[in-house]
Design a protein around this ligand. Structure first.
Ligand SMILES: Nc1nc2c(c(=O)[nH]1)N=C([C@H](O)[C@H](O)COP(=O)(O)OP(=O)(O)OP(=O)(O)O)CN2
Ligand SMILES: [Zn+2]
Length: 160
């Protein structure tokens, strides 16, 4: 059985190598859809009876793992040194440094990697991350599915 919860967060970025507008500092209201695979809990009287996972727990776990860290942060490529140095010059600025350009594709892969590890560690064998969809704008999004994940990570296979 699959369940999906949607999250929204605001973040700044730029694609420093982009040929056009996206090389400018700008931001998005990202929409992240997280789909989890698991069996329905059938234990009579259990608080989660009839559920794969309580949506309020999905919210808490996904926010703690990722969304709260990215919300109102600037997502910057480590190779974008001018912008990184500028952000580091601002006291207390919420900056997330990435080893890859903060495209929708790369952010979706990073999100999948992080959430997959969390679900595996907390709910080993019972719940599994099935799919991530990250909207950068209402018209543009990237998908990562577990069957594609190991072939998609930039430069390396996902850790064990
Ligand atoms: N494959 C990708 N292409 C682009 C990405 C990306 O992450 N992956 N990102 C950008 C820009 O950052 C920008 O966010 C997208 O801008 P744009 O193409 O203008 O998208 P809009 O939905 O705002 O465009 P409309 O024309 O208003 O529909 C660029 N490319
Ligand atoms: Zn953008």
């Amino acid at each position: 059985m699959l369940i999906t919860r949607k999250f929204e967060f605001d973040a700044g970025h730029r694609i420093s190598t982009h040929r056009s507008q996206c090389r400018n500092l700008h931001g998005h209201r990202y929409v992240l859809e997280v789909t989890i695979l698991g069996g329905i809990i059938t234990d009579a009287g259990a608080p989660e009876q009839g559920m794969v996972m309580d949506f309020s727990d999905v919210k808490r776990v996904i926010r703690e793992t990722l969304v709260d860290q990215w919300d109102h942060a600037f997502l910057v490529y480590a190779g974008d040194t001018r912008v990184l140095e500028f952000l580091q010059s601002i006291d207390g600025h919420k900056t997330v440094v990435l080893e890859v350009q903060p495209t929708a594709e790369n952010l979706a892969l990073i999100a999948f990697d992080s959430l997959h590890r969390t679900l595996r560690n907390k709910y080993a064998g019972r719940l599994e991350l099935e799919h991530i969809r990250l909207f950068e704008t209402p018209n543009c999004w990237a998908d990562v599915n577990k069957v594609d994940f190991k072939f998609d990570l930039v430069g390396e296979a996902p850790g064990s």
